[in-house]
Design a protein around this ligand. Structure first.
Ligand code: UDP
Ligand code: MG
Length: 270
């Protein structure tokens, strides 16, 4: 029997967890040709999330959990998950039911057909402001311009990954992570499925423009050397301009006010 793991990073999700569990169960129960594992990563929640997860663990032997020592952020929480899932494949999903469990059977179908990474792409981005859509579009456009790795647009972490992909992801141990890029970086055969993303069932998004900007910078700096190249070119241009200015205006080297010798800076000699 093949084993499927569901990996759920959770930070302050007390309002969502029970409903998520109930919904998941209705989806996986009919899929009884598979063995199931539901792995929660409690990412240092400050609410009752851990207690709720522990209660679920007590009543359902398919549930397991990892309790991180503090809030590390979703990227690291997922990395912990990659280490602990034991399935032949895993489905990564958010705790807030924005990623509909009803897509799991479709993902499994494509996995059985031989795909290693079945990722869910948002058909629409309803409920998001014009500004958020615009900045997101610009980010992907810029990132794609500077990197050879194809990074999927309007796609989150909601996807099924085969064991081969899980092992590849596990071998990448960096702590400054842009996991969405890593899914592309490891390669393997990919299949896109489309879905309409629901609003959060409860609680609020853990992202704000400040943290999103941080993730965007992570994306750019880990997938392209463009910023480094930009810094080098800027350096070269500035020094060229400086030396031209030096020749044209001053007619040689810029005047040095005072020449320092070893003696002039030796405190014992003064
Ligand atoms: N999350 C996490 N650690 C964090 C922030 C978020 O594990 O520091 C989890 C969160 O509980 C949820 C998922 O990551 O399951 C996505 O978070 P959120 O819903 O806030 O992101 P959004 O859907 O708004 O992009
Ligand atoms: Mg969410």
């Amino acid at each position: 029997m093949k084993k499927v793991s569901i990996l759920i990073p959770a930070y302050n999700e007390q309002e969502s967890l029970n409903l998520l569990y109930d919904t998941l169960i209705t989806v996986i129960e009919p899929l009884n040709t598979y063995e199931w594992e539901i792995l929660f990563i409690n990412d240092g929640s400050k609410d009752n999330s851990l207690e709720i997860i522990k209660d679920l663990y007590e009543k359902d032997k398919r549930i397991c959990y990892v309790d991180l020592s503090r809030n590390y952020g979703k990227e690291i929480a997922m990395m912990a998950g990659f280490d602990y899932v034991t399935g032949d494949c895993m489905v990564i999903m958010d705790a807030d039911l924005q990623d509909p469990p009803s897509l799991i059977p479709i993902m499994l179908k494509y996995w059985e057909a031989g795909y290693d990474d079945v990722y869910a792409k948002r058909r629409t981005r309803d409920g998001e402001s014009f500004f958020k859509k615009f900045t997101s579009k610009m980010f992907y456009k810029t990132l794609q311009k500077f990197t050879r790795v194809q990074i999927q647009k309007d796609t989150g972490d909601f996807r099924l990954i085969d064991r081969r992909g899980i092992d590849a992801l596990r071998s990448i141990r960096e702590t400054q992570r842009y996991t969405k890029g890593l899914f592309s970086w490891i390669g393997f055969s990919k299949k896109e499925i489309l879905f309409d993303r629901n609003p959060r069932i409860a609680g609020s998004s853990k992202w704000n423009y400040f943290t999103l900007t941080g993730l965007a910078i992570e994306g750019v700096t880990s997938f392209t050397v463009a910023p480094l190249r930009l810094a080098s070119y800027t350096g070269i241009i500035i020094s060229m301009v400086y030396s031209m200015f030096d020749r044209m205006v001053v007619g040689g080297t810029l005047p040095v006010k005072e020449t320092l010798t070893l003696e002039s800076i030796d405190p014992l000699k003064s």
